[in-house]
Design a protein around this ligand. Structure first.
Ligand code: SF4
Ligand code: F3S
Ligand code: FES
Length: 240
């Protein structure tokens, strides 16, 4: 059985539009098991080939199609139409992530996001001579930073955070998640440097525990809890 769905999409082409506007497209034969990403492809294929959006894997892995769907940040490839539209003639509203500049339609400029990401040294640091085989770690030590390893850098958390909307210089939850992954890794030696970055004016203290980030995360990372652990480490002056 198919259904009828109206897609309401926030459009903006800097080469011809003075400002963003809403456009509506009626899709007559939508399969309820389609994802929102499938409908965006339908709109582009049947109505307007200039509709711009990012996607790559289409299976919730690459993080490139985060967008605001019915007012909530989601991955378009992970949202089944039948979970957000009930019955015929439902509406789906899609708009770009908030808090980042729009390049075109649903495509935002991710550079400010990745600038924050780079600021927390999101890579392994250890200048000690490597052992003959690998750097040993116990299962308990590995578990300590397990949750953040699931992050796919989709930006759904950071762009749902009111503190980030209010002050774009806040490093944001995604960067803190990435920092946590290395701060609590027993093999890494740069925890103090990362904690110093995150204790600055635009670091973790701009988090007001609003929890939007945790709700938005498509990987079910307990983002607010991760941030709280980094705050605690800064307060204690160490990361153990
Ligand atoms: Fe995306 Fe979750 Fe990583 Fe934030 S923490 S960037 S929402 S995967
Ligand atoms: Fe923002 Fe999440 Fe903190 S929504 S205020 S980073 S708990
Ligand atoms: Fe890769 Fe959706 S297209 S996560």
């Amino acid at each position: 059985m198919t259904m009828k769905v109206t897609m309401r999409i926030r459009r903006f082409d800097p080469e011809k539009d003075a400002k963003p506007y809403w456009a509506e497209y009626t899709l007559e034969a939508v399969d309820p098991t389609d994802r929102v990403l499938d409908l965006l492809h339908q709109v582009r294929g049947r109505f307007d080939g200039s509709l711009a959006f990012r996607r790559s894997c289409a299976h919730g892995v690459c993080g490139s199609d985060a967008m605001r769907i019915n007012g909530v940040n989601r991955l378009a490839c992970k949202v089944l139409v039948n979970t957000i539209v009930k019955g015929d003639e439902g509406k789906i509203q899609v708009e770009p992530l908030l808090g980042l500049p729009v390049i075109k339609d649903l495509v935002v400029d991710m550079e400010p996001f990745f600038e924050n990401y780079r600021s927390v040294m999101p890579y392994f640091v250890n200048d000690e001579p490597p052992p003959a085989r690998e750097r040993i770690q116990t299962p308990e030590q590995r578990t300590r930073f397990d949750d953040p390893t699931k992050c796919i850098l989709c930006a759904a958390c950071t762009t749902s955070c009111p503190s980030f909307w209010a002050n774009g210089t806040y490093v944001g939850p995604a960067a803190i998640v990435q920092a946590h992954r290395f701060i609590f890794d027993s093999r890494d030696r740069a925890a103090r440097d990362r904690l110093a970055v995150l204790s600055q004016e635009n670091g973790v203290w701009r988090c007001r525990t609003i929890f939007n980030c945790t709700t938005a995360c498509p990987r079910d990372i307990k983002v607010t809890q991760v941030i709280a652990e980094v705050k605690n480490a800064i307060s204690r002056g160490r990361a153990d």
